[in-house]
Every structure is written in structure tokens, then in C-alpha cells.
Design a protein around this ligand. Sequence first.
Ligand SMILES: Nc1nc2c(ncn2[C@@H]2O[C@H](COP(=O)(O)OP(=O)(O)OP(=O)(O)O)[C@@H](O)[C@H]2O)c(=O)[nH]1
Ligand SMILES: [Mg+2]
Length: 293
Amino acid sequence: MGGKKSKPSPPPPCPFTRTPWRTIPAWNQDYELLLRRQIKEIQPQWKPTIVLVGPVGAGKSSFVNAILSVSKGHKTDGACTGKGDKSCTTSYDKYTDNSLLQNFRLRDCMGLEKSAEEGFNVADMVSLLKGHIKDGYTFNPRSPITPENKTHWRDNPKFEHQTHCVVFVVDANVMHTGIPPAYVRKIREIQTAVKQLRIPRVLILTKADVLCEEVQKEISNVFRSFRVREAIKTASEVFNIPEASIHPISNYEDEDSVVMNWKKNIPLLLTLRQITQYAKDRIEAVNEHSDSD
Ligand SMILES: Nc1nc2c(ncn2[C@@H]2O[C@H](COP(=O)(O)OP(=O)(O)OP(=O)(O)O)[C@@H](O)[C@H]2O)c(=O)[nH]1
Ligand SMILES: [Mg+2]
């Protein structure tokens, strides 16, 4: 009114960064094949264990299925996935195969919940990292495993039984809405144990397709998406993990067609390559240390 101009509102954030915030050699089928080859060439002395941990519904089991699908070349749903407040995954299952996972064991875990008494118990996580928990154990949120459990408790775990890389899995969208403090507390407690045991850490931000419509339209936009970039920065601060160890991905979802998409495989393969390399490095570091004793 009165000729007074109202202040222009700031423009909405540009959906793309000026230049890609992460560069990769190429986004084509040759590069997809190269990544597959590189992963198969990562050959540790024996099969290390990679453990997935994160809030309920973050997409841990979907990541397992995505990796198994990429590996087989067709969609598979070996791990139970679903929407709900309670963890769909309750047991401690391992996944390996004759292709991309031929030299590794991927382990899916029950999800963390907001309440202290529900979901994956932090005490169980510490026992698991140290190698005390045997295959097929069903987690009980209210009562962590103890040495009295003769079936699933391992008294004197060797280095082979321990975890060799921990992969934190978090929904990228939570980075904008705010990650509930209870989750941050639980994840930090787990990180303390992970650091003490010198286990390498990787963070996966799932559902990048939901976070940014440009990524949903075209997955190769993921390293140019402003929102994804911001989510990575926030995650790095909240979880104290270097940005280079944080991977935005989009899992293969139920609604997707049965056909695999090599473009969608690239972020998944980049993630798997780093995880498997870290797990191999962990074995080598311990071997070198024991050689020099
Ligand atoms: N759009 C989209 N949906 C996803 C993605 N990853 C997982 N989802 C969906 O998120 C829901 C939960 O996924 P799950 O893989 O079961 O999650 P989880 O972390 O294993 O959960 P719990 O086992 O319950 O702890 C499912 O409905 C998935 O289809 C993704 O990258 N994009
Ligand atoms: Mg699960």
C-alpha cells in the first residue's frame, strides 16, 4: 500500500548445485560394469562381516535386497521389508552369494526405536560387534543376550567373528525434518563402541528419490541435487562421519518394475565398493599389526 514495495521473498533453493558436489568418472553402463569388476577384485584373506544398523524403517533390509538384486541381475527380496513402527527384521541374518558378495557377509539387524525399551538393544549391538552373537539369534529388545544363552552366545570370539565394517543406514529425509534425539543418542552410543573397536564406519542415506523429485525423475541427478548435498552435510555433522563416507542411494522398491536399471545401480555399487574396501582394510590392518608384534 501507498506505493511501498514489499520485500521480494527469497527464491526457492535451486534444486541443483552449480557443479556436481561429487564427481564420478562417468555415468554409463561401462562404468557400472567397471564398478562390478572392482568390487569382485576386492579379495580379503577371508570373508569379513559387514553389519547394517539404523532406525526402524530406514531401509536396511531394502539395501540388502537392492545389493542382492544388483548382484544377481534381477529383483530379489531375500530380506523382509515393510512399513511400520516396529522392526520388520527381528533376527540376525547373514547374506552372501556367488557374485558381488562372494567375498563378504552382509548382516541385517533389527531397527533402532525411539523408546529405550523397544527395538534393537544397544547392549546387543556391542555384543554383536565383538562377535559374541551367533547366527540366527532373535533379538529381544527388553532383554539383551547374556553368556547364559548357550545356543547363541559365543564365549571367546576370534577376530573373524567380529564386525569388520559398520554401515549406519538412515532415511535422508530425516536430515531435514530433524532426527529424533533418542535415535541420535542410541547411534552415538553405538559409535563409541565402534570407535573403541576401531571398526570402519560408512553412512548410507536412503530414499534420496523421496527427498528430491529430480532424483526420482533421474537418478544421475543425485550428485547435483542441492537437497541431497544439504542432507549429506547435516548427516556428517550429526553423526561425525566424513562426507566422503556418506552415500545417498535409492533402493529398489516394491513398486518398481521387475526390470533392473543400470543407472540406479551406480550409487549402490559405489557404496558397496567403499564398504567392502573398508572391511578388507580392517583385516589387513589387524594382520599387519599382529605381524609386527
Ligand atoms: N522410496 C523409497 N522407499 C524405500 C527406500 N528404501 C526403503 N524404502 C521403503 O521403506 C520401507 C522400510 O524399508 P525396510 O528396508 O523394511 O527398512 P528397515 O530399515 O529394514 O526396517 P526394520 O527392519 O523394520 O528396522 C519399505 O516400505 C521400503 O519399500 C528408498 O530408497 N526409496
Ligand atoms: Mg529390516
